[in-house]
Each structure stands twice: as C-alpha cells, then as structure tokens.
Design a protein around this ligand. Sequence first.
Ligand SMILES: *Cc1c(COP(=O)(O)O)cnc(C)c1O
Length: 496
Amino acid sequence: MLYTSTRDKTVHVTSAEAITHGISADGGLFVPESIPQLTADDLQRLAKLDYKGRAKEILSLYLTDFSKEEIDRCVEGAYADGKFSSPAVAPMVKLADGSHILELWRGPTCAFKDMALQLLPHLLTVSAEKAAGGRQIVILVATSGDTGKAALEGFRDVPNTQIMVFYPSEGVSPMQKLQMATQEGSNVAVCAIEGNFDDAQTGVKKIFTDPLVAEKLAQKNKMFSSANSINWGRLVPQVVYYVSAYCDLLAKGEIQNGDPIHVVVPTGNFGNILAAYYAREMGVPIDRLICASNRNKVLTDFIETGVYDRRRDFYCTSSPSMDILISSNLERLLFLLSGMDDAQTRTWMQNLSADGVYDVGEAMRNKIQAVFNGGYCDEDATKELIGSVYRSEGYLCDTHTAVAVQVYRDFRASTGDETPAVIASTASPYKFSRTVLAAVAPEVQAADEFAMVDALYEKTGFPCPKQLLELKNKQVRFTDICTRDTMEEAVLRAML
Ligand SMILES: *Cc1c(COP(=O)(O)O)cnc(C)c1O
C-alpha cells in the first residue's frame, strides 16, 4: 500500500514516509492510493476480538510497510491496560431513543484525541527509524484545546522527539489551558498565541513549510513532523473505533451483520468524521454520515450548497474544539470524491487560501449529499440538550457531544429515520464544567473551575476523571504568549 498527495498524484510514498513527514512537500495531504476492504465475514471475525485485536488488524491493512511485531508493539503500548478508564477502550452507552453514545474520551487527557495520540508517538517512532535516517523529530502542534494536551501527553519523554504546542490564548476552556500549562516532561514546550485556532494553525503550517527553518533544524540533525490530524498517523487509529463500534453492536446483538447504521460526529477539522468515511468505504455498513457543527457552521453550509466560504465571523463557543473555519481534512474527502483529481483539489485549496471561498459545483455537491448530512446547534440549544439528556436519562454529555446529539435529534425528527445511530462522544463533561453545570444546575454558584467540578459531581454523581482532579495540585510550568509574527522565534528558541 502506497500513499499519494491530494495535490500531486505523482507522489508515491510508504506509510512510514507519510507519517514521518506529516504533510506532502506540495502542501497536500497524504492519502492511501486504495482503500482496503472488509467483508461481512471479516466483521464477524473482528467482533470476537477485543479493541487491541481489532486495532492490529485494521492497522496492518494500511501500514503494510510495518512488520506484524511493530504493529503489535505500537498497539500494545498505546492501549495498554490501565491507560483508558474502560477495559473496552471506547465503550458504548445506549440512550432511551435507541442511539448509541460512543465514549471516545476514556484516555489520559479525557478527549477523543487520545484515541489517536496515544498511538501516534509509537507509529512515528517506528516510521522515523525507517524513513528519517536517525534524525530527531520535532513535533509542532496547533490546538483548539484538546489536541495539544493529548499530543503533549502522548509524546512526553518519548526518546528522540520534542514537542511544542500553540493554543489560542482566549479560545480554550480553563481546564484545557491548565492541562497544557502544567504539562510535565523534559521534551515539551507550550505557548499561547494571540488569535484564534485558525491563526495558530496557519502559523504552524507556515513554519512547517519554511525551507530556512528546515535548514536550521537539519543542521542539528532534527526534522519537523506533525501531530495534527493532517498526519495520516492520526487518522488511521480513528478508523479503528468506527469499525470496532460496528463490531460491538454486532457482538451485543443490537444489529444483525449487514444492517446499516448512521454515524454522527461533532466536527471541527473534519478528521474524526473523515475516519468514519474511511470505515464506510472499507465496507462497514454505515449509511449516513451526519456532520454536526456549532455556531461556526461553515461545514453545514458547505454540505447544503457546495460552497465553502470561510469569509464569515468567527465565534468563540462553549464547544471550543469545534471553533474552526478551515477544516483541513475536507481536502482529503474532496480528493476522493473527485475521483482523485489532484489538479482540481489543488485549485479549490488555492481558491480557499487566496479568496477564502471555493465552489465544488453541482456534481460534487450531489456526491457529498449522497453520503453526508450536515446540521448545526447553537449555544442555547447545546445547553438545553445537556440539561434535558441529564434529566431524562441521568447521562451527562459534554458540550461537543451535545451538539452531535441535538443535530441527530433534528435529523431524526425531520426524516423519521430510525436506523440505529452511533454518536461520537468526544470529551468528558468535566472538561467543560462551567457550561455543563449551568445546564444541569443553573441555581448553583461556584467560584472557580474546581468548585464547578465539585458541584457538578455532587449534583450528578457522574464520575470525574482523576487526571482532571489532580490538576489542582500541579505546578504551572508554561506562561508564554506570542503573536503570529513571533511564533517562529518561539519555536527556534525552544526546539533548537
Ligand atoms: C477535536 C475535537 C472535535 C473535532 O474533531 P475534528 O476531528 O477536528 O473534526 C470535537 N470534539 C472535541 C472534544 C474535540 O477535541
């Protein structure tokens, strides 16, 4: 299996090269040249395995230049017993309306990013041995809140790696900020930036592709790689949990083999839902992919009109990890749906960066609508949903998950479609205690973040991850703030 670039089909690299480099030199994203297939028998067989067993099988279909031993070692390291607070790794909870909440936040940093970022350092270390000639890997991350912490935790003290994270100073929740500012490890750095996530992401991309910076790193026998979801090594672990969710429904007798399901994903950078699309293309009987946005509904509008238009106001919402106007991974979908048309994909992406808008036309819009539904949920509805699910089911959703549940309810109300649905739940509610507490107990006053956590626990009894409770006693190590113009200096200072 080789990988090509969404902007240049003459590129052919191994998975180790794709993972080591993160992004193609032409600015495109790496995608596998073909999509491996799973039959109904395969799914039946996988249903008998545990999460790690399923992960090994799926990964081996995509990472064909890894040996079986290497894949085993990566998976065993990533999902080792005790790292996730559920033996199932990604357990499912059934709600009264029959939908299945897929809890992807049982890892060390309490957001779904752990599902991939516990594995990526292992994949990258093996890849770099094959493809980086012994150079040290420097990871740069732009985060809307959760990726940064998950990447720091994944890469901390991993030999031969360094990591630096940029987050928007006003764009993350207090808990997210504290998680990053207190990060431990000898190879980590964290810096806030004045601006929003798109500023951070654009800045990182610029440093990443600057030949002068690359030269300076090379002199120290170092090279950049990326832990953002543009890296294929982030996406392939996410494909696993959609296959695994289908297998779990089979194993529990919730569905018969071959029955369709829908998948609902609260979406920002389009990575998580793209992984579901890959699972669908592999042959998992996923019918509709429902893309849920918050008030930054650039994707809802795109799915409806075929016009991607980022020239709009940016809102800071209570679901900050979805406050994104440039969904990088959409590029991969466009490349696939256009029949791997690299020239066309390049043009759309050039239009986006030059004019802030592109129009994929009617034929493409129809192809998108044949698979995807889009919907969005505003701030009031998010809060109301959290309250109503808690009151009726005793279940506590975080703000991102709430957006997805509400969009799913809207979909079901407007279509009458009762196909079983898997809803991706992407964070622990305790990462967003202010909004969640206000939703379930508006009468409670709490002075600070930890008082809110305590109040939420007292009110609901819903378990609070110990990693979040422990933050209270951790020392703040990182307080730097930079601007888009001083990011490069900050990187060179910390990483050289
Ligand atoms: C990152 C994140 C999302 C968005 O996922 P994408 O892959 O960027 O679409 C949603 N919810 C939470 C909690 C996240 O951390």
